[in-house]
Design a protein around this ligand. Structure first.
Ligand code: SAH
Ligand code: SF4
Ligand code: F3S
Length: 438
C-alpha cells in the first residue's frame, strides 16, 4: 500500500513526518508515492504564521475530488495546527472528508486511529493537551541522508509573546541523555554523517530533570562518539546561551562552528514586549564572547519586523544589529498575530505596507551580509558534506561547516562523502567550485 505525507513548518516537523512514516510502514503502507496514487495521505501541519495555515487550507481543499474518486483513500491531518484551540473542529467542518485528526502528542497512537477509522464511518479525532511519553518507541523512517535529526526536547516553556508553539506543543520535556547518546551512536554506525539535535530551546535541556545532564554535557558526550561525522544543534535561546556551551563547541572538531541564535529584534523596548528576557546589549555580549572563543564561527539568526508598536526607530535598531552582529545569514519574518498569544491582544498593530517596506529593507541588509560571507570563501578550500544531485544545475551539492551550500561537478557520485571544495565563485547564498577527481 502507498502513502504520501505533506509536511509544513520547521525541522522538528520534518522529523516528525519521518516518525509518521515509520508508523505507517509498520502498518503495511510500505511505499512512498505521489499524492494521486496514495492509499493514505497525511498532512503534517504548522501554525507558526498565518501563511503556513493558509497553505495547508488551500492544499486540503484540493483533496476533496481525490477523496470522492478513490474508494478507501484515507486522509489524516496532524501537527501543530490541529492542536490550536478550536482548529480541529473548524477543519472537520470545512473539510468533512478528513478521516483522522491527530495532535502532536500522540504520534504512536496513529496506528490505532487508523484501525478505528477503518471500523467506523465517523471521523476519528484524537487530541491531547499534554505529552504523556517521549516517543522512544517509534522508529522513524529517515529521509534526510546523509543528515539525521534527533529530538532532545519537546515543547517549550518560554512563552515569547508572539509565539504559538508553547500552546500547541505544551511544556518542555527532555528525553533521557542515555537514550539520545545511544540513538546518535547507532545513526553514526548506520552511516549518517550529520546529526542535528533538535529542541525549541536546546540550552534549557534537562530543565525538568528528566535528561540526566546539562546540554553542554550532552553535546560533549555525543561528540565523543567515534567516527567521522558532524554535530549540529538548534535552536539556542540567547537568554541561556552560555560560555560553557561555547567551550564545548570550541573543544570538539565534530561540532560545527555554526550557531543559530535568534535575536528577533534589535530594540530593547520590542524585546521586552516580546518577553525575550535579554537586551540588545546582553545579546551582543554573548556574540562577543562567542567571537572571542571561536573567531570563525558562523552566526545566523531569526528576525521579526512589524511587531505591535514597532516604530521606524525600533526597526532601525534591528537593521543596525544585523551589521553589528555580522550575521552570516538570517531568516526574516513579518509578525503574524497568533490566536491566544499575549501579542495578539496588544494595541498598535503595524500596517501591512509599513511591515512590507521594513522586511524588504531588512532582507537587503541581510543579503549584503550573506554575500560578504560567501565571498570570504572564494579562493579557499572548504569541506563539503555532499548531500544531493541538482538535476537542473547538473552538479552535486552539499553544505560546509558554516552551512553554506556548495556546488560542484563530479564523475563519481560522492553523496554522503566529505569532499574538499576549491571555491572559485560565490553567488549570494551559494558557493561554486571544483573538487579533485574522487
Ligand atoms: N524555538 C525556536 C523556533 C521558533 S519558530 C526559537 O525560539 O528560535 C522560528 C521562528 O519563527 C522564530 O524564531 C520567530 O522568528 C518566528 N516566529 C515565531 N512566531 C512568529 C509570529 N507570530 N510571527 C512571525 N514570526 C514568528
Ligand atoms: Fe516560540 Fe520563544 Fe519557544 Fe521559540 S523560545 S518556540 S520563539 S516561545
Ligand atoms: Fe514547528 Fe510550526 Fe509547530 S514551526 S513547532 S511546526 S508551529
Amino acid at each position: 500500500m502507498n502513502y504520501h505525507i505533506v509536511t509544513y513548518g520547521c525541522q522538528m516537523n520534518v522529523h516528525e513526518s519521518e516518525k509518521i512514516a515509520g508508523v505507517l510502514r509498520e502498518k503495511g503502507y510500505d511505499t512512498q508515492s505521489p499524492l494521486e496514487e496514495a492509499d493514505i495521505i497525511v498532512f503534517n501541519t504548522c501554525c507558526i504564521r498565518e501563511n503556513a495555515e493558509n497553505h495547508a487550507f488551500g492544499n486540503l481543499g484540493a483533496l476533496k475530488k481525490l477523496k470522492r474518486e478513490k474508494k478507501g483513500l484515507l486522509i489524516a491531518v496532524g501537527g501543530c495546527m490541529v492542536q490550536e484551540a478550536g482548529k480541529a473542529q473548524l477543519l472537520k467542518e470545512k473539510f468533512p472528508f478528513i478521516d483522522i485528526l491527530f495532535g502532536t502528542h500522540n504520534l504512536s497512537e496513529l496506528s490505532a486511529l487508523i484501525d478505528k477509522k477503518r471500523a467506523q464511518k465517523k471521523a476519528v479525532i484524537s487530541l491531547k493537551e499534554a505529552r504523556e511519553a517521549v516517543e522512544d518507541d517509534i522508529k522513524p523512517f529517515r529521509t534526510g541522508y546523509p543528515g539525521a535529526w534527533v529530538n532532545i526536547t519537546y515543547g517549550c516553556n518560554n512563552f515569547c509573546s508572539y509565539c504559538i508553539v508553547p500552546y500547541v506543543r505544551g511544556r518542555e520535556v527532555s528525553r533521557r541523555a542515555d537514550t539520545i547518546i545511544k540513538e546518535v551512536s547507532s545513526l553514526v554506525q548506520e552511516g549518517f554523517k550529520e546529526i542535528t539535535l533538535l529542541g525549541q530551546n536546546v540550552n534549557s535541556y534537562n530543565s525538568d530533570g528528566q535528561g540526566g545532564m546539562s546540554f553542554p554535557e550532552l553535546l560533549d558526550a555525543c561528540a565523543e562518539i567515534e567516527g567521522k561525522f558532524r554535530l549540529r544543534f538548534m535552536t539556542s535561546h540567547p537568554k541561556d546561551f552560555s560560555k560553557e556551551l561555547v567551550r564545548v563547541v570550541k573543544k570538539r572538531d565534530k561540532i560545527c562552528n555554526a550557531i543559530h541564535l535568534p535575536a528577533q529584534s534589535g530594540s530593547d523596548r520590542i524585546l521586552a514586549l516580546m518577553n525575550r528576557k535579554y537586551t540588545r546589549e546582553t545579546y551582543l555580549d554573548r556574540v562577543r564572547m562567542l567571537r572571542e572563543e571561536i573567531p570563525n564561527c558562523a552566526l545566523t539568526t531569526d528576525l521579526i519586523v512589524g511587531f505591535p508598536t514597532e516604530t521606524e526607530a525600533d526597526f532601525e535598531e534591528t537593521l543596525s544589529l544585523v551589521k553589528e552582529a555580522e550575521f552570516a545569514s538570517a531568516f526574516t519574518f513579518i509578525y503574524s498575530p497568533r490566536q491566544g498569544t499575549k501579542a495578539e491582544k496588544m494595541a498598535g498593530r503595524v500596517d501591512e505596507a509599513t511591515a512590507k517596506d521594513r522586511i524588504m529593507r531588512l532582507i537587503e541588509q541581510v543579503n549584503e551580509n550573506t554575500r560578504k560571507c560567501s565571498e570570504s570563501f572564494v579562493g579557499k578550500t572548504t569541506e563539503i558534506l555532499c548531500e544531493d544531485f541538482d538535476e537542473k544545475k547538473k552538479c552535486y551539492l552539499g553544505r560546509n561547516e558554516a552551512g553554506r551550500m556548495g556546488y560542484f561537478e563530479s564523475a563519481k557520485n560522492p553523496i554522503g562523502e566529505f569532499v574538499p571544495l576549491h571555491v572559485t565563485r560565490a553567488n549570494g547564498v551559494s558557493l561554486f567550485g571544483t573538487v579533485e577527481e574522487l
